[in-house]
Design a protein around this ligand. Structure first.
Ligand code: BGC
Length: 387
C-alpha cells in the first residue's frame, strides 16, 4: 500500500514538474502567451453537458484552477519561504469527486451561504420553506445550491487573468423567491491575490448571502492538520450559536474566550477547551465572527500564518462578518487530490459573508435584495511569505 502511494506520489510529482517546466518554457516566449487562460475538459455533468477546468496563472508563478461546475476552485498554488509552489486548497482530482457530494470544497455558495433556522423565513408577509439539509436547518443554498450547478464561464486573458461566471437561479429554485441573476468574477492579481467580485440582481424580493468555501492548508502536501496555523481575526465579537449552530442573536465580545483571535493564536491552542459550551457546540471553531470595522470598505478581516512554510494568507472583504470553520467534520472518509486522505481538521475555511440566519433575525444586518437593487461584494485572498 505504502509502496503504491509512493509510486503515485512520484508520478504526480513528475507530472507537476513537467507542468511547471512547460510553463517556464512558455514564459520565455513572452508574457502575453504565458498568461493565457487554459481550458481542459473536467468531466461529464450530464449526457449533454460537460464541465471545463480553467487555469489562470500570473507572472509570479501562481496558478489557480477553477471549474464552471459550482464555480469551484479546484487547485491554487502559493510559494513558500523558499519559493517552492504547493497546492494549498483541498479538493478532488476530477468532477466525479465533486459530484459524490464533498463538503463544498472550493465552491461558490448560494443563494444563501450558511444556515437558515428550520429552513424557513418570512419575507414581505409570505412564508418560504427550504429543504432541511443540515439537521433541522437549511445550509449553503439547499440540496442543489450554487456549488452543484454549471455556471456559464467567460475567460478574460491578460496580466491579471479573470474568469467571469454567471448563473440565473429560477424563482422558486431551492424554495427561494425571485429569478436571481448572479455574476462572480475571479481575478488572479499580480501580487498573488485572488479577488472575487460577487454581483446579483433579482426580479422579486429575496435573500442573498454569497461566499466561497475554499479549505486551506498552508503547509502544502495535505499530510497534516491545521492546528499549528496561527490565525488573527479582526473581530471583537462573535455570534454564539445553539446546539444546531444557529446564532442565538447575541453579539458576544471575544475578550476572555477561546474566540479571541484579535492577536495571533495557534488554532490548536484552545480548540479543545472542553469547558467552553460554544467550542462544544461547534466541535471546535465553526462560528461567525463580526468584524470590528463594520463599513463596506475592503478591509483586512483575517490573516493566517503557517510557520514551517512561512506562508501567510490575508483575507480582505467588504462583508461585515467571516465564518471561521476548522474542518471539524472532516473525518478521513474523503480521499482527495493525489490520493491524499483528508483527516480531522486538515483544512480551514474563512468564508466572508453576512450573518447566518439573518432572514429570521431582524437585528442582524439585512440580507434582503429587492428588484432594482444590486448585491455587490468583494473578497480578496492574498498570499505572501514571512521568512
Ligand atoms: C459550516 C460547517 C459545515 C461546513 C461544510 C461550513 O460553512 O459552518 O458547519 O460543516 O460548512 O458543510
Amino acid at each position: 500500500m505504502k509502496k503504491n502511494n509512493l509510486l503515485v506520489a512520484s508520478l504526480l510529482a513528475a507530472s507537476l514538474l513537467w507542468a511547471c517546466e512547460s510553463k517556464k518554457s512558455e514564459s520565455t516566449q513572452g508574457t502575453s502567451d504565458s498568461l493565457k487562460v487554459e481550458q481542459s475538459a473536467f468531466g461529464k455533468v450530464s449526457d449533454s453537458t460537460q464541465a471545463t477546468l480553467y487555469t489562470l496563472h500570473n507572472a509570479a508563478g501562481t496558478t489557480v484552477q477553477i471549474s464552471d461546475f459550482g464555480g469551484t476552485i479546484v487547485s491554487w498554488t502559493a510559494p513558500d519561504k523558499n519559493g517552492k509552489f504547493d497546492d494549498i486548497t483541498l479538493g478532488c482530482d476530477s468532477l466525479s469527486g465533486y459530484q459524490k457530494g464533498v463538503p463544498y470544497f472550493g465552491a461558490l455558495i448560494g443563494r444563501y451561504g450558511n444556515r437558515i433556522a428550520k429552513g424557513q423565513f418570512t419575507l414581505d408577509g409570505k412564508a418560504y420553506s427550504l429543504a432541511k439539509n443540515n439537521g433541522p436547518n437549511a445550509l449553503h443554498g439547499g440540496l442543489k445550491g450554487f456549488d452543484k450547478v454549471l455556471w456559464k464561464a467567460t475567460p478574460i486573458e491578460g496580466e491579471e487573468p479573470s474568469l467571469k461566471l454567471t448563473y440565473t437561479a429560477k424563482d422558486g429554485e431551492e424554495g427561494y423567491p425571485g429569478n436571481l441573476s448572479v455574476e462572480v468574477v475571479y481575478t488572479l492579481q499580480k501580487d498573488n491575490s485572488l479577488k472575487i467580485d460577487y454581483k446579483a440582481t433579482t426580479d422579486k424580493a429575496t435573500v442573498v448571502n454569497l461566499t466561497n468555501h475554499a479549505y486551506f492548508n498552508l503547509k502544502g502536501g495535505f499530510d497534516s492538520d491545521i492546528l499549528d496555523h496561527e490565525v488573527t481575526l479582526n473581530a471583537d465579537k462573535f455570534l454564539p450559536v445553539d446546539a444546531t449552530l444557529i446564532p442565538t442573536g447575541e453579539l458576544k465580545p471575544v475578550a476572555g474566550t477561546p474566540f479571541d483571535f484579535t492577536k495571533p493564536f495557534k488554532i490548536g491552542a484552545r480548540i479543545n477547551d472542553a469547558k467552553d459550551e460554544q467550542i462544544k457546540f461547534g466541535l471546535g471553531y465553526d462560528h461567525c465572527w463580526v468584524l470590528t470595522d463594520s463599513t463596506k470598505n475592503l478591509k483586512l478581516a483575517a490573516s493566517v500564518y503557517e510557520p514551517t512554510s512561512g506562508r501567510v494568507l490575508e483575507v480582505f472583504t467588504t462583508e461585515p462578518a467571516i465564518q471561521f470553520y476548522t474542518g471539524n467534520f472532516l473525518d478521513g472518509t474523503i480521499t482527495g487530490k493525489g490520493g491524499k486522505v483528508y483527516k480531522h481538521r486538515f483544512g480551514l475555511c474563512l468564508e466572508t459573508q453576512h450573518y447566518p440566519d439573518s432572514p429570521n433575525q431582524a437585528k442582524f444586518p439585512s440580507t434582503v435584495l429587492k428588484p432594482g437593487e444590486t448585491y455587490e461584494t468583494t473578497t480578496v485572498y492574498k498570499f505572501s511569505v514571512k521568512k
